[in-house]
Design a protein. Structure first.
Lengths: 111, 114
């Protein structure tokens, strides 16, 4: 069974702070995706990383895929209340058509 | 273009009943996947349909079933409901099956079993 462990499970910070969310596994993934889910909505894809060591930036969000393609991190700079939501990582493996999701990190950014 | 739609958005049932949930994918998308989301287990894969054929199935009992129609719309059915079936059921569509295709999620159906 492929498992993705996310940490922390819950994070409450003030506007303007920086934070990092982690996604770890003992399995190798061919791709790793990050989603954000807001209350009452389905997850929305933020980024897909496919190469070990890859770093992608999306405005104040920086995503990194580990060299061994077993882990990933999401760093948010100067968090804003609009960043509040559940952040999910999901791993895909070649030859499989389904994704394995972590349980998520619930982020609350207060003004 | 319109996103993934799911109906109904909210549903309350009692133990032993059965329920049918519906998902309309984005126009042109042929793959539909279903997930169950609970606070304790997170998102768990139920099954995936592509061109009316079930291609993958998660580790759920036979009470959970689904189907896909020729217009790619999909339904999932849960029979003999149990309290533990209370969850948010999410549907996701993509152009093709496989992890290389972006999945677009609907808002989900919140099922409560009393």
């Amino acid at each position: 069974t492929q498992l993705l462990e996310q940490s922390p499970q819950f994070l409450s910070i003030q506007e303007g702070e920086n934070l990092t969310v982690y996604c770890n596994s003992s399995s190798v993934f061919s791709s790793l995706q990050w989603y954000r889910q807001e209350p009452g909505e389905g997850p929305v894809l933020l980024v897909t990383v496919v190469t070990g060591g890859e770093v992608k930036k999306l405005k104040r969000l920086t995503f990194q895929f580990g060299d061994a393609r077993k882990d990933s991190s999401l760093h948010i700079t100067a968090a804003q209340p609009g960043d509040t939501g559940l952040y999910l990582c999901a791993g895909g493996q070649s030859g499989y058509s389904t994704l394995t999701f972590g349980k998520g990190t619930m982020l609350l950014v207060s003004p | 273009k319109a996103g993934v739609t799911q109906t109904p958005r909210y549903l309350i049932k009692t133990r032993g009943q059965q329920v049918t949930l519906s998902c309309s994918p984005i126009s042109g998308h042929r793959s539909v996947s279903w997930y169950q989301q609970t606070p304790g287990q997170g998102l768990q894969f139920l099954f995936e349909y592509f061109s009316e054929t079930q291609r993958n199935k998660g580790n759920f009992p036979g009470r959970f079933s689904g189907r896909q129609f020729s217009n790619s719309r999909s339904e999932m059915n849960v029979s003999t409901l149990e309290l533990g079936d209370s969850a948010l059921y999410l549907c996701a569509s993509s152009l093709g099956g496989g992890v290389g295709y972006e999945q677009f999620f609907g808002p989900g159906t919140r099922l409560t079993v009393l």
